[in-house]
Design a protein around this ligand. Structure first.
Ligand code: PMP
Length: 329
């Protein structure tokens, strides 16, 4: 299964122990204010706990942002090929998504700036973006943030930041003191290996965080997820092993694609969008028959691409062999 950008290592051992221990308490509601996790996270990120909003996955936080700041008559700017949840969250609030055309598959920041209207309240950026893996470098992001009007909240989705190597890659949390209209979202679902437990969060000014926490449902993060997140933050070796595996796996897939004469979009995440010679949906079905699950991304207007998550070396090998067979390469 290389379809959902999960951590192929499986969970950290420290997480399994913490979850087993927390399981004894599941007749009780979780700590609605997530005191302990916020303390640990705040320290790690060098922010105050009053800047953190936790969610049932970062998906929950993205929806919370939309519910807090949007309503019919308001709009939000987002890019073509951007993570699909932004448009869904905006529309579910009765607000209007303004979608700008992608540039070289990535976000066109100039077009996004120009698309801001009088009723625009939110602007979504995924860095790196899913499903393309494209990213915005630090200088370009700063230049952009300098120009966004204060009344527009910029949501910078950093779900994959732990995989995003490179000195040119911006750390959104470090920019918060400079841009009070910035909200950074992150997750424990990817590099931290807790996808099933659903824990994500945002970091923002205390003023924005206060609004989010007023709209947030009580107990929106479960007790096992809270315990697991605290435990995994103490397992730096697990994070590093996952990053290393990702670098090697990315290389393995790129080498395999090159050997088959396929082109792909360079990615800063734990996945690659690779272009098929024909309709990707057909190849997807054929791969399924070989026992390999990847993600067709026609819903992102990328009918010729498949998105494949970086797996264990053996999983990558099985996938490449299946692809070779299916494509006759
Ligand atoms: N943002 C991006 C860019 C994603 O790819 C995903 C997961 N597919 C999410 C947010 C949401 O993940 P989660 O709700 O598990 O935190």
């Amino acid at each position: 299964k290389l379809a959902s950008n999960e951590n192929p290592l499986g969970p950290s051992k420290k997480v399994l122990a913490a979850v087993a221990q927390a399981a004894g308490d599941i007749a009780r509601y979780p700590d609605s204010n997530a005191y302990q996790l916020k303390q640990v996270l705040a320290e790690r990120l060098a922010v105050s706990p009053q800047q953190l909003t936790l969610g049932n996955g970062s998906n929950d936080v993205l929806e919370l942002l939309a519910r807090t700041f949007l309503e019919p008559g308001k709009s939000a700017v987002l890019s073509q090929h951007a993570f699909i949840v932004y448009a869904m969250a905006v529309q579910a609030c009765g607000a209007r998504p303004i979608v700008t055309a992608a540039k070289a598959r990535g976000h066109d920041l100039d077009a996004m700036l120009a698309a801001i209207e009088a009723d625009t309240r939110l602007l979504f950026i995924a860095n790196p973006n899913n499903p393309t893996g494209t990213f915005i470098a630090r200088d370009a992001l700063l230049d952009f943030l300098d120009q966004v009007p204060d009344r527009v909240i910029v949501v910078l989705d950093e779900a994959y930041i732990e995989y995003s190597d490179g000195d040119d890659f911006p750390d959104g949390v470090a920019l918060l003191s400079r841009y009070p209209n910035l909200v950074v979202t992150r997750t424990f679902s990817k590099a931290w290996g807790l996808a099933a437990l659903r824990v994500g969060y945002s970091v923002a000014s205390e003023a924005i965080t206060d609004l989010l926490n007023r709209v947030r449902a009580p107990f929106n993060v479960n007790a096992l997820g809270l315990a697991a997140a605290v435990a995994v933050l103490g397992d730096e070796a697990y994070l590093e092993a996952g990053r290393q595996l990702n670098r090697e796996g990315m290389q393995q897939l790129e080498t395999g694609f090159a050997a088959m004469g396929l082109s792909w979009i360079p990615s800063r995440g734990n996945f690659l969008a690779v272009q098929m010679p024909a309709e990707a949906m057909t190849v997807y079905q054929q791969l399924l028959a070989e026992g390999v699950i990847v993600r067709p991304i026609g819903i992102y207007q990328m009918e010729q691409h498949l998105r494949v998550s970086i797996g264990l070396a053996e999983e990558n090998r099985v996938f490449l062999n299946a692809l070779k067979k299916v494509l006759n390469r």
